[in-house]
Write a protein that binds this ligand. Structure first.
Ligand code: HPA
Length: 269
């Protein structure tokens, strides 16, 4: 594993001279942020040794190095989901590579189903904490010395970045919610009873990504900030059929607000 990571990192460091300390995983809702990256340099996943390759509809994934909010950043366009069949090691491989590249802060986004009855479709939820319900733990197996065998998770999402993001949202006149993101494997959306169960467990929103990457980032000592776009509602009386297209549409509509907050937070962080 470590040897592979070293080979991956050696390739990337040879391919670019950029040495960012900030990384972004461009999940649903942040895709357009990629267009704003300046002085860009791209490396296709398929060219990077040991890097998993995206399976999503014709999208070949890539790393984008460049400038955003005046900062050197590295963005992952295309993330790996457990439901696609990747192992947890693959899903989180890029985060370990980030650690070796010197990344200190990771920004993530996703789309989710709101289980908090106060939420509306299109709301932005700053992720304050998560609940891991994936069937396999990304740190299962021999511990890599990037962090302790039993890592602390008492502040999985940086309180400082959350406070800064709230300040920025207020300045920009953008309403944001806060809440707990529950990560589950998918690929099914939830039955009404499952949404109800997740609510009772303490979730404000449920989705199929992010949690594995955030766990590994914490293990590596990388600070995390995450926002979720509520694209559908898993709330009694408001549950309707959900499709991927509707999720995309709702995420797209909320994207400018999310992008504005992220860009400014990156500038100030
Ligand atoms: N459930 C799980 N994942 C999701 C949802 C949902 O309702 N919406 C977007 N991603």
């Amino acid at each position: 594993m470590l040897e592979k990571i070293c080979e991956t990192v050696a390739y990337i460091m040879k391919a670019t001279e950029r040495r960012p300390e900030t990384a972004i995983i461009l999940g649903t809702g942040l895709g357009r942020l990629a267009d704003e990256i300046e002085e860009r340099q791209e490396i296709a996943y398929k060219d990077i040794p040991h890097f998993p390759v995206s399976t999503v509809e014709g999208h070949s994934g890539k790393l984008i190095f460049g400038k955003l909010g005046g900062k050197e950043i590295m963005a992952m366009q295309g993330r790996f989901h457990f439901y696609e069949g990747y192992s947890m090691k693959d899903v989180t491989y890029p985060v370990r590579v980030m650690r070796e590249l010197g990344i200190k802060t990771l920004f993530v986004s996703n789309a989710s189903g709101g289980t908090n009855p106060d939420f509306e479709i299109g709301d932005l939820m700053i992720i304050t904490d998560h609940i891991n319900l994936f069937p396999e733990h990304p740190l299962r197996g021999r511990n890599i010395d990037y962090g302790p065998r039993f890592p602390d998770m008492s502040e999985a999402y940086s309180k400082k970045l959350i406070a800064q993001a709230k300040e920025i949202a207020a300045e920009l006149g953008i309403t944001v919610r806060e809440g707990v993101y529950l990560g589950t494997q998918g690929p099914t959306f939830e039955t009404p009873s499952e949404y109800r169960m997740f609510r009772r467990l303490g979730a404000d929103a449920v989705g199929m990504s992010t949690v594995p990457e955030v766990i590994v980032a914490n293990h590596c000592g990388i600070k995390v900030f995450g926002i979720s776009i509520v694209t559908d509602l898993g709330v009694d009386g408001k549950i309707v059929e959900v499709t991927h297209q509707e999720v995309q549409k709702a995420a797209d509509a909320a994207q400018p607000k999310m992008t504005a907050i992220m860009r400014e937070l990156i500038r100030r962080s």
